[in-house]
Design a protein around this ligand. Structure first.
Ligand SMILES: Cc1cc2nc3c(=O)[nH]c(=O)nc-3n(C[C@H](O)[C@H](O)[C@H](O)COP(=O)(O)OP(=O)(O)OC[C@H]3O[C@@H](n4cnc5c(N)ncnc54)[C@H](O)[C@@H]3O)c2cc1C
Length: 474
């Protein structure tokens, strides 16, 4: 199948479409309706694609029918979980889009400390249901990001130091494969697929359910957020780096570079100036976290300090206002870093000063002890020995500025490549797909060949190819 092929012709396939609709509990949407335009919208305002048909399933049977319909009509499938993918992989031109937005049920078993999470749920859904029982699982930093897309590529959240990446907490996946079969993947059942789904993205089918392990946490946690002016220089960041050597099993943190908003939350003298926040969550007792993390707040003059004990659910929503869905254009890149040498800190400071857009963020992420403890062969993600990540999250409002912002991001990414190893990067922060198969191969390294073999077993025709695509092995 060619990646360009497969445009749905509603007139030629009218009878088949009627038959599909008569079985669905959910919807089948054609272009020209408001619901169609709402369903095809994704977080990145640069993405404006028009699927030939959008199915909004209300259950597994609807997903199976949609996949069978796509396969029988030679239509490629894109899958929308939360629609946050910056490359816009949730939505295709011409083909069939499965929008899981009506499948967001989360059911928690507090005794077993497990959550059953439908494929269209967001992290806000998971946190709300889990925290009702004083439980949590590592999730993303923004509440309306989809569980599915974030988890399937790894998933990096505040709790990673203590409990690992999101994938490290998945006990089983229920997947509708390209053959239209419902398959469970766990350590005991279809272990090859279980391995591949823990990092292999949306390549292997539609995940209709995730079973997550939950951990006791909260409801109150300690969140540290001292904000330093950019001209405070590298000192506080070096301190943070060295401090984490002792606390890398409890503190999930990043240094986030941004611009001070024109808001009464900040002293007016700093409005519009570049700054960085040492943002950190203590995965444990809040009082202990407040005491231990205090030195992060004492490394020089601050613009302000948002540190506080707060409800875990509020921590999980804190950054939402920085990144409203659909308002901004964006282009993100990343590198995993073997270490955080002073030269890399200097480069991050230089790039933060030079960004063309005040909405742009960039971050130095510490990956944490539990994330790094997982052996390379255990999950599709592969080698976890790189304990840091640099992400360039360029965000801007005006289409006229697309070229300048993308050029800036790529240049900064190229110039920091030498701090990475073997081109490894986080596939959820990987640009718009213009680096093609080479980038995907670099990201998976030695695991690519095994992933390609598993892809050939579960999706030999590459039906699911709107993703960081792994080509089926011949
Ligand atoms: C504002 C914002 C904040 C973010 N914060 C974080 C963060 O804190 N940590 C982090 O790790 N990442 C973060 N990301 C990156 C995020 O992980 C990716 O954008 C991810 O792809 C989003 O998942 P989604 O389900 O919302 O995306 P979608 O765009 O819906 O889907 C992304 C990919 O996953 C596939 N997919 C979606 N649902 C399914 C499914 N049910 N079964 C199979 N495949 C599926 C799609 O085909 C597509 O290829 C953030 C992104 C944004 C925009």
């Amino acid at each position: 199948m060619n990646i360009q092929s497969g445009t749905f012709d509603a007139t030629a396939s009218a009878d088949a479409l009627d038959a599909l609709r008569s079985g669905l509990r959910g919807d089948a949407l054609l272009p020209g309706t408001d619901s169609y335009d709402t369903a095809r919208a994704v977080w990145n305002a640069m993405i404006d694609r028009h699927p030939g048909l959008i199915v909004r399933p209300r259950g597994v049977a609807d997903v199976i029918d949609a996949v069978n319909f796509a396969r029988d009509h030679d239509l490629p499938v894109s899958i929308k979980g939360g629609g946050h993918n910056v490359a816009g992989h949730a939505v295709c031109d011409g083909g069939l889009m499965i929008d899981l937005g009506l499948m967001r049920t989360v059911r928690v078993d507090p005794q077993a400390q497990r959550a059953q999470v439908e494929g269209g749920a967001t992290w806000g859904d998971v946190d709300r249901e889990s925290q009702a029982f004083g439980l949590a699982t590592p999730g993303g930093l923004i509440s309306d990001t989809g569980v599915a897309g974030l988890t399937l590529a790894g998933g990096i959240g505040w709790l990673r130091s203590r409990w690992g990446l999101c994938v490290d907490n998945v006990i089983s996946f229920d997947v509708v494969t390209a053959a239209g079969e419902l398959v469970t993947a766990s350590a005991d059942r279809n272990p090859d697929l279980y391995w591949a789904l823990r990092g292999g993205g949306g390549n292997f089918g539609v995940v209709v359910n995730f079973e997550f392990a939950l951990h006791p946490l909260g409801p109150t946690v300690m969140f540290a957020a001292p904000i330093y002016p950019l001209n405070a220089g590298p000192g506080p960041i070096r301190f943070w780096r060295d401090f984490l050597a002792d606390w890398g099993d409890r503190i999930g943190s990043l240094v986030e570079f941004s611009t001070v908003a024109e808001s009464e939350d900040f002293p007016e003298a700093y409005w519009g100036q570049r700054c960085y926040t040492i943002a950190a969550v203590w995965a444990g007792d809040a009082d202990e976290g407040e005491r231990v993390m205090q030195p992060l707040r004492e490394q020089g003059d601050l613009i302000t300090d948002f540190s506080s004990q707060m409800a875990y659910c509020d921590v999980q929503r804190l950054f939402d206002t920085l990144m409203p869905a659909g308002d901004f254009r964006c282009y993100w890149k990343s590198h995993y870093l073997a270490g955080l040498p002073d030269e890399m800190i200097e480069a991050a400071l230089t790039n933060a000063a030079a960004t063309p857009s005040d909405n742009t963020l960039s971050s130095l992420w510490n990956m944490g002890a539990a994330t790094m403890a997982v052996p390379a062969e255990a999950t599709a993600i592969g080698d976890r020995s790189m304990g840091w990540m640099y992400s360039l999250d360029s965000v801007w409002p005006d289409p006229a500025d697309d070229e300048a912002n993308i050029a800036f991001t790529r240049k900064a990414w190229e110039e920091t490549r030498n701090f990475s190893q073997e081109g490894r990067l986080y596939l959820n922060f990987a640009g718009h797909g213009e680096d093609g198969e080479a980038l995907v191969k670099d990201a998976y390294g030695k695991n690519y060949a095994k992933l390609a073999a598993i892809k050939a077993k579960y999706d030999p025709e590459n039906l699911f190819r709107f993703n960081q695509n792994i080509r089926p092995a011949n």
